[in-house]
Structure formats: structure tokens, C-alpha cells
Design a protein around this ligand. Structure first.
Ligand code: 2BA
Length: 111
């Protein structure tokens, strides 16, 4: 059976409960602290190496433990003339629950 790597980008607050739920179900995982390119806020990338037939179980655990959130971003201010006033108008953005990539793994080696 082919080995897969699941890379799941999740909200920082969801990362530890997700890792615990994965461990309880027998999955190993690694958490990397990452930063989203759009919001420039910390999030977490969880790496899970597993067999292809276990992917549905992994996805179900991620779905159960990661929640969608609404955040507000201030757009970059425009170029202004002296004396002009900029009133920032925050934009609503839906983040997560999880952005998931499932990759084929050529080899998994442990020394
Ligand atoms: P961020 O890049 O900080 O993006 C946070 C949320 O902002 C995104 O939520 C999306 O709703 C919104 N967003 C991102 N880029 C946008 C844009 N150009 N215009 C308007 N809104 C935009 P999610 O889609 O749930 O993504 C959550 C996090 O997952 C992202 O944080 C990023 O760290 C990662 N991610 C999402 N798609 C990715 C991809 N294709 N490749 C790599 N990382 C990705």
C-alpha cells in the first residue's frame, strides 16, 4: 500500500487538540509553526505520514477538530495626498477549518 503525506494547515488553537485526537487514533504527526501569506498570522502545519487506505480516517479527524473562523483584515492604505484622511474598512475573511494537501511519498526511511 502506498505511503502518503498529509499536510494540513490549521488554526494554531486547533493544532494541539488535533494532534491529541490523531495520537488517540494511532497516527503519528509533526507540528510546524507556520505563517499564512495573506493574514501574516501564525498558523500550524501538521504533517501526518500514513498508508493510503487510512487517509479517509485522517481527514475525518481533521474535519472534526478544525473549525472555520471569521477574521477581519485591514487592506493596505492607498497612496495619499498630504492632508487626506484614510478610514480603514476591515474586510471579512473566512479562515480554515483546514487546508489539506495529500502527497505521494516515494520512500519513508527510518534510521
Ligand atoms: P493565509 O494565507 O493567511 O490566508 C488566510 C485566509 O485569507 C484564507 O483562508 C482565505 O480565506 C483568505 N485569503 C487568502 N489569500 C487571499 C487573497 N489573495 N484574497 C482574499 N482572501 C484571501 P484559507 O483558504 O482557509 O487558508 C488558511 C491558510 O492556509 C492560509 O493562511 C495559508 O497559510 C494556507 N493556505 C491556503 N491555501 C494555500 C495554498 N494554495 N498553498 C499554500 N498554503 C495555503
Amino acid at each position: 500500500m502506498a505511503t502518503k503525506l498529509v499536510v494540513s494547515i490549521v488554526h494554531s488553537d486547533d493544532a494541539d487538540p488535533l494532534i491529541s485526537a490523531l495520537r488517540d487514533a494511532g497516527f503519528s504527526s509533526t507540528k510546524i509553526s507556520t505563517t499564512g501569506g495573506f493574514l501574516r498570522e501564525g498558523n500550524a502545519s501538521i504533517l501526518i505520514g500514513t498508508e493510503g487506505d487510512k487517509i479517509p480516517a485522517v481527514l475525518e479527524i481533521i474535519k472534526r477538530n478544525c473549525h472555520t473562523r471569521t477574521q477581519y483584515v485591514n487592506p493596505l492604505p492607498p497612496v495619499m495626498e498630504p492632508g487626506e484622511l484614510y478610514m480603514p474598512n476591515p474586510v471579512e475573511v473566512q479562515v480554515g477549518g483546514a487546508v489539506i494537501f495529500v502527497l505521494d511519498v516515494e520512500q519513508l526511511i527510518r534510521y
